[in-house]
Design a protein around this ligand. Structure first.
Ligand code: SAM
Ligand code: 2KA
Ligand code: SF4
Ligand code: MG
Length: 243
């Protein structure tokens, strides 16, 4: 069995800029490879071949060593993102190692694949993709993942986060919230300007979109138990990588 993890970036400590533990001090491990190809993916380098030569096949011990080198004693939380980390059975050992060292573990995934190690994740974000992404949600798989987690006592450890770019996406978000009403639900501002280096202009634009999304949620009856968030890291650091 392949016990290595294809890693593209390890960075931090920084803050979790999105979703259920927004603001939480954390390290990031970003894995390579995705089964989706979202039109607006802000981490397309994980799957489009452009950073192929940066991919390292690391053991859990090597990942842990690098986290320690970077973070020392200044972290107690690690977020695994990608790409889609749920493609990797081999993350099981890394999660155990992090827990052995009293580090909490968060996961970002789109909900297209299940892994047994989902049951061990402390903060698990499922982020199904709205129409603007060009991807199609497999509800059979998503239903199964949510059901398994709920049936195994993980309800306090999961959330759903939908990125919204337009009103069609907002309708999709409403539909997802109605389908899984007991799962803590987040809508997130979409960033459609992934190349600009003008941080002030980007911040202004994203805050404008944040207000637009807040207004939509405020005006909608089926969106009451909902949290509306921007990507805090994009407001602070723009499109910079590794923050
Ligand atoms: C890069 S993805 C990696 C994890 C996993 N593949 C997923 O999509 O959940 C992490 C999060 O960033 C969000 N995201 C990606 N591109 C974005 C963009 N342009 N604007 C806002 N959020 C974005 C995704 O929807 C997801 O919630
Ligand atoms: N600060 C920060 N927060 C994040 N939350 C989710 C991220 C991701 O790319 O998965 C991300 C990221 O790349 N940086
Ligand atoms: S699922 Fe996540 S990593 Fe994959 S293409 Fe979409 S946003 Fe990017
Ligand atoms: Mg990101």
């Amino acid at each position: 069995m392949n016990n290595k993890v294809p890693v593209l970036e390890i960075f931090g400590p920084t803050i979790q800029g999105e979703g259920m533990v927004v603001g939480r001090k954390t390290m990031f491990v970003r894995t390579a490879g995705c089964d989706y190809s979202c039109s607006w993916c802000d981490s397309a380098f994980t799957w489009d071949g452009s950073a192929k030569s940066d991919i390292r096949q690391l053991t859990d011990e090597e990942v842990w060593h690098e986290l320690q080198t970077l973070g020392g004693d200044r972290f107690d939380h690690v977020t695994i993102s990608g790409g889609n980390p749920a493609l990797l059975k081999s993350l099981d050992k890394l999660i155990d190692r992090l827990h052995d060292h009293q580090k909490q573990v968060a996961l970002e995934t789109q909900g297209s694949r299940f892994q047994e190690w989902f049951y061990k994740i402390d903060d698990l974000t499922l982020s199904p993709k709205p129409p603007s992404s060009g991807m199609k949600t497999n509800y059979e798989v998503l239903d199964d993942i949510v059901e398994r987690l709920q049936n195994n006592g993980r309800s306090q450890h999961i959330s759903i986060k939908v990125v919204v770019f337009d009103e069609t996406d907002f309708d999709y978000a409403k539909h997802i919230h109605q389908r899984y009403p007991s799962v803590p639900f987040f809508v997130q501002v979409g960033n459609d300007d992934l190349t600009t280096t003008d941080d002030d202009a980007l911040t202004r634009k994203l805050l404008g979109k944040y207000e637009w999304l807040i207004d939509l949620v405020v005006a909608t009856t089926d969106m009451n138990n909902v949290r509306v968030l921007p990507q805090v890291h994009a407001l602070v650091w723009g499109n910079k990588r590794g923050v």
